[in-house]
Design a protein around this ligand. Structure first.
Ligand SMILES: [Zn+2]
Length: 413
């Protein structure tokens, strides 16, 4: 089948630009920092409206609250916004999972809340690239599919999740659950600033550590105190020394807080760190080392240490099916005048989780933009249409293909 068959449905997207842009701005100007559950829910309500045209079955799915070790050593609990799931044609031969997060890294009290034009082609705003623009790319690509005769071949399931920016602790089970029903995934994180796609991704773990010692007066009873700050410093130093001991594994102690008045031996110290790794088997190596360090500190008189957290994102390693999916994206990009490559990255996203569940996916099908997670975040506005065309063409080609057996190629190569 040649591309010309798809042309009318692809060209329809040109006329959708104004609406995509207006809705991206509308979404970006609603604060949806992950912990602003009300804001995330506002975005969800708007997305329910935007998606009405797709005529799928809509479900609001609450997710577990986020738990975090506070600086007082107690677990703090934060409610999250609800996820939104929309499904259509669960009986169709090819089932595709679509995912985009509603949250951003910009908290409700962050100064960056409005969009602004940097030049005719570049829009600056919170979440315009990561990934509110991508949400419009997804919706419009699906709308193009639904208008075409190819729609009958494809059943789909959209998940708009509320917590990707903190590692999807609440929505990970929903992604895992969707993985049981689908053949492939399309996720709408922004592409790299040069337009290329993310291929392999590192895995990531976030951990918190709590060291408890014993308080005592620094002058009169120093010998009775057990210094939690000192024990934590030893732990963090030993932790950082693990860097360089295993290829592909990096550890970043990123936060430490403890003690108070300097005339008191401190009895509490908190720290947090992140680990990135390249191969699934690196996880066990890291856990073994962490257990050794914890045992070393716990052996000390009057000191106890508690380690919380874990590896929320497995490394994304490309299976044969995943490589073929990238080739499809490259071929469709080429047809549309974009030369796309896929490159490894240390960053992670929901594509990691989906790949870990055995589902081939491309996770940077959203807009072209950059400087994400900063007040300089920008969106190249013409990519709204370009990338919607890319996804729409991929979908129609998948629907029109008479051989999708490659989707079963689960081995990594
Ligand atoms: Zn994102």
């Amino acid at each position: 089948m040649t591309t010309t068959n798809f042309t009318p449905w692809i060209e329809w997207l040109d006329a959708q630009y104004d609406e995509m842009l207006a809705k991206t701005i509308e979404l970006a100007e609603i604060n949806s920092g992950t912990l602003n559950a009300d804001g995330v829910n506002k975005v969800r309500e708007l997305l329910t409206e935007y998606c009405q045209v797709l005529d799928g079955e809509v479900e609001v799915v609450p997710v577990a609250p986020y738990e975090h070790l506070g600086s007082n050593g107690e677990i703090e609990t934060f409610p999250l916004g609800d996820a939104l799931r929309i499904r259509k044609r669960p009986e169709a031969p090819l089932q595709i999972f679509f995912c985009g997060h509603m949250d951003t890294v910009f908290a409700i009290d962050h100064p960056f809340q409005q969009v602004k034009w940097l030049d005719d082609e570049t829009l600056n705003g919170p979440g315009v690239a990561d990934l509110k623009g991508g949400i419009l790319v997804m919706i419009k690509a699906l709308q193009a599919l639904e208008r075409s005769p190819y729609a009958e071949q494809i059943g789909w399931e959209i998940l708009f999740n509320p917590d990707e920016e903190i590692g999807s602790p609440g929505s990970a089970p929903l992604i895992e659950d969707a993985a049981k029903r689908v053949h492939l995934g399309m996720i709408y994180e922004p592409s790299f600033p040069d337009g290329n796609l993310a291929g392999e991704r590192k895995g990531s773990g976030n951990f918190s550590v709590k060291v408890t010692g014993k308080a005592a007066h620094a002058g009169r009873e120093h010998h009775l105190g057990r210094n939690a700050v000192r024990a934590m410093c030893d732990f963090v130093a030993a932790l950082d020394d693990l860097n360089g001991q295993r290829d592909g594994v990096t550890i970043n102690p990123g936060f430490i807080e403890g003690g108070g008045a300097v005339n008191i031996v401190p009895d509490l110290c908190i720290s947090r760190f992140n680990i990135r790794l390249e191969r699934p088997e690196d996880e066990q190596w890291c856990l073994d080392r962490l257990n050794e360090l914890v045992a070393m500190i716990n052996d000390r008189d009057g000191i106890s240490i508690e380690l919380l957290g874990g590896f929320g994102r497995k490394p994304k390693v490309l299976s044969g099916a995943n490589k073929k999916l990238f080739e499809l994206a490259r071929e469709c990009g080429h047809t549309l005048g974009m030369e796309l490559q896929w490159l490894p990255t240390g960053g992670c996203c929901d594509g990691n989780n989906l790949a870990a569940a055995g589902i081939p996916n491309i996770d940077t099908l959203g807009v072209q933009g950059g400087k994400i997670h900063s007040s300089d975040e920008y969106l190249k506005v013409k990519s709204l249409t370009e990338r919607a065309k890319l996804s729409a063409l991929m979908l129609m080609k998948l629907a029109a293909s008479d051989d999708l057996s490659w989707l079963e190629e689960n081995q990594c190569c």
